[in-house]
Design a protein around this ligand. Structure first.
Ligand code: SF4
Length: 312
């Protein structure tokens, strides 16, 4: 993926289009130079069942993000570029180690700003025998042109579709064009891997799974996401509707973001997805547990069992 390396010299890896020379040490919105930094790599048992299975998803948490959502559940690592620097060679070893530990896949979390290094690492890991699927777990704010460059290398796309209403993307993440880019990039993902999720013995092998975190008091935004995917792509696209939103301290005083989603709100979204004819919907229980990871701990996901729970 030499072209990804070249892009770093005038970075347009995501729709922010900062055009900084990261190879020369310049930094754009994500505050990352050309090197990769990770926070942790571990089997994660709380992803949706086809990803976590019994051996866990092979998650690799990268530092920083090309979004900076006010309510981000991973704020400890996503709003800062600091982390453990890794080379592509080391990252390939980490991928192979996750596979050796029994993980069903390797899943970089928020790969977009680190894409050049991740793809170099994946190539090395494949040459050394990595067999499990490569999962692209991203925030949905992607450029379809960049996603096109990944054709043939990504097995499973796991994008968020956070906002169906541009006004909410602007208010909560400072980007008015989120729905446009989320839709265009999802279309390209579906073109590459189809609009379903192929499994083998219940474990995902290839395809797409779209995540949507239901936010309190913003049900219209969730309904707009569902409508957009249904009308502009396909009701066959598998959905993961997440109820786990938990306020972080930065939004604790906000009249809407300062509370959890209610059962009634969540059920409205799930019922709307069913009414729209979505064929595969992963749901979660709405409960009172605090569900934010704590990356200061060795095991950030103490509540692991919540997962992608039930199927609607
Ligand atoms: S990856 Fe970072 S530097 Fe590149 S365009 Fe996106 S935010 Fe800007």
């Amino acid at each position: 993926m030499d072209s990804l390396e070249k892009i770093l010299k005038r970075c347009v890896l995501c729709p922010r289009m900062c055009r900084v020379n990261r190879s020369f040490g310049e930094r754009g919105f994500c505050r990352l130079d050309a090197g990769m930094a990770i926070h942790s790599a571990l089997p994660h048992y709380g992803e949706e069942p086809p990803l976590s299975g019994s051996g866990g998803a092979g998650t690799i948490f990268f530092s920083s993000c090309n979004l900076r959502c006010l309510y981000c559940q991973n704020v400890q690592i996503s709003h800062s570029p600091t982390g453990r620097p890794v080379t592509a060679e080391e990252l390939a070893g980490i991928m192979l180690d996750l596979e050796a530990r029994g993980c069903h896949n390797v899943e970089p979390v928020t790969p977009t700003p680190h894409l050049a290094g991740i793809m170099a690492a994946l190539r090395t890991a494949r040459e050394r025998g990595l067999r499990v699927p490569f999962v692209f777990n991203c925030g949905g704010y992607e450029r379809d042109k960049i996603i096109r460059l990944l054709d043939g290398t990504v097995d499973i796309y796991l994008p968020d579709f956070k906002y169906g209403l541009a006004v909410e993307g602007n208010r909560l993440s400072g980007i008015p064009d989120y729905p446009h880019h989320a839709l265009a990039s999802l279309r390209e993902m579906v073109r590459q891997v189809g609009d379903g999720l192929e499994t083998e013995n219940g474990i995902a092998r290839r395809g797409v799974l779209v995540r949507h975190l239901v936010l309190p008091g913003r049900i219209d935004n969730s309904l707009a996401v569902l409508k957009t995917i249904r009308e502009r792509i396909s009701p066959a696209v598998p959905l993961s509707l997440m109820a786990q939103y938990t306020p972080i301290p930065a939004v604790a005083g906000d009249p809407l973001l300062g509370r959890r989603v209610t059962k009634g709100e969540y059920e409205r979204v799930v019922n709307a997805a069913l009414d729209l004819g979505f064929e595969e919907i992963h749901t979660q229980q709405v409960d009172e547990r605090a569900l934010n990871p704590d990356f200061a701990r060795d095991e950030p996901f103490a509540w692991e069992s919540i997962g992608g729970g039930d199927d609607a």
